[in-house]
Each structure stands twice: as C-alpha cells, then as structure tokens.
Design a protein around this ligand. Structure first.
Ligand SMILES: Cc1cc2nc3c(=O)[nH]c(=O)nc-3n(C[C@H](O)[C@H](O)[C@H](O)COP(=O)(O)OP(=O)(O)OC[C@H]3O[C@@H](n4cnc5c(N)ncnc54)[C@H](O)[C@@H]3O)c2cc1C
Length: 495
C-alpha cells in the first residue's frame, strides 16, 4: 500500500513537494488553512480587477535554464505567456532625474554611465558581472548536475567571491554619482535590506538579460493553480479551510496531524507552513535543532508589507510596469515609527488579463517591520485601523494625481492589506513576506529540514531556504520528494 504523506501548507513549497511525491505514487494529503492554494503566492479580484501580490520575476521562466525543467514538470509554464520585460524598473529622484534599469546589460551600462560619468570603471565591472551571470545556471535538478555544468560553475567562482561578499550598502557607497548612490540606497537600504548581497541583484538581472526571468501572464494565483492542478492530476488530495493545530508524535516519530479537532494519520508529515509556528505551536516547542535555534536568535526576517491595490479606469501606455518616484509630501505612519518618502508603483499594464479593457490594476508595496503596531491597532481600535489604511491609500492616490494627473477621479477600487492581513492569511512570522532576509549570515545556507529526536518529519519552505522565492520551492520540494523516495526504495520519476 502507498505510504501516506501529510503536508501542512498549500503554498508553493508544499504544493511542489506534494506534486513530486504524488507523481511517485505516494498517497499525499495537503492541509491548507486558507480556501485557496498559494500562501503568499497569491492574487485577489475586486470588481473585475485582479491584484497580484507576488511574482515580479520568475527565474527559469523560459527555456534555456535548468529551472525551466522543474516548472515544466510542475505544469506551471506550459501554455502560459511569459512576459520578459525590457525595463525592470524606472526610478525618479527627488530632483526629477530618472534611472531606467534596462534588462539589456548594454542599455543598462549606457544608462548608468550617463548618470555616473565618474563611475565608469565600477559600472563596467558591475555590468560585466551581470553579463557573466546571464550565462550562469543553477542546476535545479539532480539530473542537471552534470560534470560540464559543475565545471562551468567553478568558472564563476571568482565572480561569486567578488560580489558575494559585498552588500548593497557598501555597493551604494562606492558610487560617486549621487543619483546612483541614492537609487541603490532607496531600493534596498531604506527598506531595511542594506545587507542584501549585490550578487542576488546581479543574478536577478543576469537571468533577466538571458530572457528567463519574466512574469507569467495571468499572475501568481493562476501560476500556482496550474501546479495545484498537476498535483491533483497525479492523485494528490488537498483539504482547504483545514488549519493544523498539532503534529501527532508517537514513539519519536511524526504519526499525523490534528486539524479542526480531527486526527489524520500518516507515515510522514511535512510542514511547509510557517517555520516559527511549526516549531513552537504545532510541535509545542519540544523539538528543534541548534542551527535552527541560532537562526531564530540571530537572523533577520524580510520585512512585512503595507500593500495598497488600486483599480484605475484608465490606461498607462508607455509607462514601465515598475515605477518608483519621490513623494511630494512624505507621509509619517505607524505612530511616527516610519516616514514614507517614495511611491513604489507597479502597473499591470503589460497583462491585459488583470483589469477590464481600458483599465489598469496597480499595486504599491511599502515595507514595514512594525507588524505588532498593526495587529495591536486592529485589536484595540478597529475604526482607527481602518482610518489609517484609508489615510495611506489616499496619500498614494494624491501623490499619483500630482504625478500623472487624471488619476484620482479614475480610481474605482481601493484595497489595503497590512502585516496583520498577511499574518491572518498565511501565518508567516511577523508577517514577513519572504522568510529570512538574504545577507552575509544567511547567504548560500539552508536550515536543517529535520529536528532532533523526531523521525518521519520534515520541514520545507521559505523559513528553511533563506531568501525564499519560488525557485527553491521547486528545487527543494523535488529534493525532499527524492529523499523520501530513496528511503522508501521508490525509483524517483517525474511523469
Ligand atoms: C510581495 C511578494 C513578492 C514576491 N515576489 C517574488 C518574486 O518575484 N519571485 C519569486 O521567486 N518569489 C517571490 N516572492 C517569494 C515567494 O512567493 C515565497 O518565498 C514563496 O511563495 C513562499 O512559499 P512557502 O510555501 O514557503 O510559504 P507560504 O506561501 O507562506 O505558504 C505556507 C502555507 O501554509 C499555510 N499554513 C500556515 N499555517 C498553517 C496551518 N497551521 N495549517 C494549515 N495551513 C497552514 C498558509 O496558509 C500558506 O498557504 C514574493 C513574495 C511576496 C509576498
């Protein structure tokens, strides 16, 4: 009889592991507390507008990269138009100067040289790094770990060493150009991500230069629903609105879960839910691992978000999809804890499926580490909580009116999510949107997927793979499925 694997959490990682296990004949059952799949990889629809929360870029979105094979195995990319942008982002400084981040490295070189004529050597070395990273590949599958690929990776070592050791704060500080310095500071340091490795940014731009880091038309929920349907096609079961409260342990082994007062037994339990809750609630703080304890004591999570969605009854032709500009009137929020100076705007003008004809869905992501402020406010004074959400949305609308004109009167839908919303829908620790922040402490590391003294139990997800993101969902989900196959003497296959 097929061994039963219970998976807690139907986010990207839980679904990926479940799909590979179901393909290999395991009896898989995902328990997801929400009514839809995806976790943070999600979108929602209001009055005909779809507001996408997640995918800005998908590494391996097009053929030529190893990751593309995993997305194909998961059924996520077939028949889906990938939008590989020419411009990643356009930024406008306080003085009105613009910086366009082209995905073509040569166009980007010219743009950076224009802004930083005294930074030519440094710019060249940065761009040449991006060109190198465009040829780089991550062996996403064991089958792709060929000698040739490994040999090629060794060739990247000097570049990895050079850029891997530099964080964005140091990188920004190297520019003489005030605009370039300001841009990199705004993008990362201002959002609490000053320790972000430059290499991560170069890898992203490298994959964009290789035209394999695009946005899937239809957005994040459609992308994840495609994986869910592959999962189901292979016989996988998913139980929605099923919040797991406990992992059942018997004789040192995970033996099942308790959800909604009901016990469900299994041969393996995988938690692809929030890491902190898994350890402290589902396992009642009884099991851990020294490396995991150290991470929770020393590592920084990604911030949470204030996420403002607008449905606008007009088009924004000739605008890049990602556009950040300085606010005319900065806004102080969170009881004086934070002042927002930039308006980060994402216009879904490249995807006609996201809004009715002639209209545009837009979103704005504002980072915050003050999740407690929002949760406490909602609990103590719901009217003030709602008023604060409205104040932030009104501010963005006013700033956009001042910038674009003909904006305010066209806004048909306003939706604001706070860190409290993220916690409520996904359970992520502090409402973090991507798990552990990549920096020197976490770079190239993964946390143990097993805890001491507990058999038949694995953890998976963005709290095990620092930096989070969708690529490790496919890679780590596959790897774990292979591991369980090996334990059970099943020859791993993918059809
Ligand atoms: C705003 C934003 C932008 C992003 N942009 C990109 C991007 O451009 N490219 C990219 O590659 N990645 C991006 N990411 C990151 C990527 O989406 C995440 O790292 C990844 O989806 C995390 O998946 P996960 O399965 O680990 O966690 P989650 O998505 O949090 O999934 C965990 C699931 O477990 C469920 N759950 C929790 N507790 C329980 C319980 N007790 N019982 C049952 N179910 C439970 C939750 O409801 C959730 O569905 C972005 C993320 C965000 C939020």
């Amino acid at each position: 009889m097929a061994k039963k694997v219970i998976i807690i959490g139907g986010g990207a990682y839980g679904l990926a592991a479940g799909t590979y296990l179901a393909m290999n004949g395991f009896d898989t059952e995902i328990h997801e507390m929400h009514s839809i799949p995806g976790g943070v990889c999600t979108a929602w629809t209001r009055k005909g507008y779809t507001f996408d929360f997640c995918i800005h870029w998908l590494m391996g979105s097009s053929p030529g990269k190893s990751l593309y094979h995993t997305w194909t195995e998961l059924g996520a990319v077939q028949g889906r138009r990938m939008i590989e942008p020419d411009i990643y982002l356009k930024w406008q400084s306080k003085e009105g100067e613009t910086f366009t981040i082209y995905t073509d490295p040569e166009k980007l070189r010219a743009e950076m040289r224009r802004l930083g004529p005294d930074d030519t050597r440094f710019i060249d070395s940065f761009i040449n790094g991006i060109v190198s990273f465009s040829k780089f590949d991550i062996p996403a599958r064991k089958e792709d770990q060929s000698f040739g690929m490994m040999f090629k990776m060794i060739g990247f070592m000097p570049k990895l060493m050079k850029w891997g050791g530099m964080d964005v704060t140091k990188f920004a500080g190297k520019f003489k150009s005030p605009h370039l310095k300001q841009f990199f500071t705004d993008m990362y340091v201002g959002g609490g991500m000053g320790g972000f490795p430059v290499m991560g940014m170069m890898m992203m731009l490298g994959f964009m230069a290789a035209r394999s880091n695009g946005y899937p038309e239809g957005g994040s929920l459609k992308f994840i629903q495609a994986i869910e349907s592959t999962y189901k096609k292979h016989g996988g079961k998913i139980v929605y609105n099923s919040k797991v409260d406990k992992i059942v342990v018997e004789n040192g082994n995970a033996a099942g879960i308790v959800a909604g007062g009901k016990e469900v037994r299994g041969d393996y339990v995988i938690s692809a839910a929030d890491g902190y809750a898994t350890l402290n609630k589902l396992l009642e703080g009884k099991y851990s691992h020294p490396k995991i304890d150290q991470a929770y004591a020393e590592w920084e999570p990604f911030p949470s978000l204030l996420f403002i969605s607008l449905g606008i009854a007009r088009k924004f032709d000739n605008m890049p999809s990602m556009f950040h500009f300085y606010a005319k009137n900065p806004l102080t929020i969170e009881g004086g804890k934070q002042t927002i100076t930039m308006v980060p705007l994402r216009l879904f003008n490249n995807d006609t499926t996201m809004a009715p004809a002639g209209k545009t869905a837009a979103t704005s992501m504002i980072s915050t580490y003050h999740d407690e402020y929002w949760s406490a406010l909602k609990k103590s004074d719901k009217a003030k909580y709602d008023a604060e959400k409205k104040r932030i949305a009104d501010w963005i609308i006013d700033e956009c009116e001042a910038y674009f004109g003909d904006f305010k009167n066209k806004v048909e839908v306003v939706d604001v999510a706070t860190p409290d919303t993220i916690i409520r829908y996904t359970g992520n620790w502090h409402g973090s949107y991507e798990g552990w922040l990549p920096d020197k402490k976490t770079m190239m590391k993964t946390l143990p997927s097993q805890v001491n003294g507990l058999g038949n139990f694995y953890m998976l997800g963005q709290w095990i793979s620092p930096g989070g993101g969708l690529p490790p969902a496919a890679m780590e989900g596959r790897k774990l499925a292979r591991k369980i196959c090996k334990t059970e003497g099943v020859k791993f296959h993918t059809v």
